[in-house]
Design a binder for this molecule. Structure first.
Ligand SMILES: Nc1ncnc2c1ncn2[C@@H]1O[C@H](COP(=O)(O)OP(=O)(O)OP(=O)(O)O)[C@@H](O)[C@H]1O
Ligand SMILES: [Mg+2]
Ligand SMILES: [Zn+2]
Length: 461
């Protein structure tokens, strides 16, 4: 251990320091806000800062040259990162236990290693044999891929200096620890200090470091967002428990846009990119389309066609229930209320279930009309035209509102063979060939034009 260092507990809310842990901060009165941190002595602070140039530079004189990004084997990963990994960046890949973080990292590492670059894979959770068995299952070779089963940060840092790899994986950040801190691995203090150390190394060596991290129950990566502030990019790997689809979503990115999504399928031989997700998600759509509407949503910049299913059934006793899978529950309540009040649907004695096929989540208001259509279709037993997609946000008076990027949604729909689009009349768009727009002003009018029975299909022009 270096001399001149000690640890101190710091309140994460107001910054008060204390030499011992306190349950409640005497200053800001926050509970459980104290986190153990390393205090750097003035001398080590100075030497650390000398690594970076500290004299002010005129912005016009700063070099604007970009170091080329490291391209990964998965185009989906590159897309989510904004065109590959930036050298010297720290990327966090978060996700629920067992979702496939190690699988993704191993596949990415093996591909980088195959290109003749040295990858150091630090595994704190699995032995090299376990990693080997997974590599065998995934059909990955192991040249230029070095496995380090280690959790002690001092040792890891030594190995990093010695091996000078081109890319580093830490699987996972919750298992590594610094000896100087008394707190256990995985605690906020440990995670923060270890991440800062890795950050410093990454920036100095100009090598990308990828960390994996478990997400705690409440959705935050352990350590109340501390980690997210330190790292350059945060990607979440998500998916429903019984669905093979995995979404890699960027929630923070210093070197690219957020909201980008990569789509994978988990197979026996690892994660496989889904190159045409709309097709995949619609592949099992029944030909009988009662209660099933297709909505062109946007995931980041990419249009994605999803099927929304609804089922209504008469409540047998008690209050009617509403179940939302993949759509926001409160949004479902609003849509139900609008359908009842503005379109005269008798939903007060109906249980309503709404589901997005494929374990996807749709959070855009643009899906409102599709959800409303699916519910109305199920209630009336009227099929929705199978060649129709629906776009539109629902206002509380039952009016339909414009949504962004309609052109992208329409061209994706046309690409997949959809012939008609039900959308707000107010939107002015270029119509793709072979596509017919059905402009509507209200949800009542939309139901009349889209449902075959109980509506007048003749005026669907
Ligand atoms: N033999 C197998 N065939 C098919 N899929 C498998 C097989 N073994 C594991 N998997 C898939 O891999 C997943 C586990 O992946 P992985 O270990 O990469 O997850 P992880 O996110 O790293 O988990 P942890 O949080 O435990 O580290 C399993 O949930 C399963 O979907
Ligand atoms: Mg793992
Ligand atoms: Zn405080």
């Amino acid at each position: 251990m270096e001399k001149g260092r000690r640890t101190v507990f710091v309140c994460q809310q107001c910054g008060r320091e204390s030499i011992k842990w306190l349950g409640r901060c005497p200053d800001c009165e926050g509970w459980n806000t104290f986190v153990e941190s390393v205090v750097r002595s003035p001398s080590s602070r100075r030497s650390a800062s000398r690594v970076l140039s500290t004299a002010p530079q005129e912005l016009s004189q700063v070099s604007g040259e970009q170091t080329p990004r490291l391209t990964l084997s998965f185009a989906e990963c590159n897309r989510v990162l904004g065109g590959g990994v930036v050298p010297g960046s720290l990327v966090l890949i978060g996700g629920d236990p067992g979702i496939g973080k190690s699988t993704l990292l191993l596949q990415v590492s093996a591909a980088v290693a195959q290109g003749g670059r040295k990858v150091l894979y630090v595994t704190g959770e699995e032995s090299p044999t376990q990693v080997k068995l997974r590599a065998n299952r995934l059909g990955l070779g192991g040249e230029w891929l070095f496995i380090l089963p280690e959790t002690n940060m001092e040792v890891i840092m030594e190995q990093l200096e010695e091996a000078s790899p081109d890319m580093v994986i830490i699987d996972s950040i919750q298992t590594v620890y610094l000896d100087q801190l008394d707190s256990a691995p995985g605690s906020v203090g440990q995670i923060r200090e270890c991440t800062m150390k890795l950050m410093q190394w990454a920036k100095t060596a100009n090598v990308p470091v990828l960390l994996s991290g478990h997400v705690t129950k409440d959705g935050a990566i352990a350590g109340p967002r501390v980690l997210e502030h330190i790292v350059d990019a945060v990607l979440y790997l998500e998916g429903e428990q019984f669905s093979a689809y995995r979404l890699l979503r960027s929630v923070k990115n210093r070197f690219g846009s957020t909201n980008e999504v990569g789509i994978f399928e988990m197979r026996g031989n690892g994660l496989v990119e889904v190159t045409n997700p709309s097709e995949a998600f619609l592949s099992q759509r029944p030909t009988e389309t009662v209660g099933s509407a297709v909505v062109p949503t946007l995931e980041g910049t990419r249009p994605l066609l999803v099927e929304i299913q609804a089922l209504t059934s008469t409540t047998s006793f008690g209050f009617p229930r509403r179940t939302a899978n993949g759509v926001d529950f409160n949004r479902l309540l609003v849509i139900t209320a609008v359908l009842t009040k503005r379109a005269g649907l008798a939903l007060g004695n109906q249980d309503i279930m709404v589901n997005v096929v494929g374990g996807l989540r749709v959070n855009e208001p643009a899906a409102d009309l599709g959800i409303a259509l699916a519910i109305a279709s199920s209630l009336r037993g009227a099929a929705i035209d199978p060649g129709l997609v629906a776009i539109g946000e629902l206002g509380l008076s039952g009016e339909l509102r414009a949504v962004p990027h309609v052109d992208r949604r329409l061209s994706e729909s046309a690409k997949l063979g959809f012939k008609r689009c039900l959308m707000p009349k107010t939107m002015k768009v270029d119509v793709p060939q072979q596509m017919q727009l059905i402009g509507v002003e209200s949800v009542r009018e939309a139901l009349r034009k889209a449902l075959t029975k109980g509506g007048d299909k003749a005026d669907a022009t």
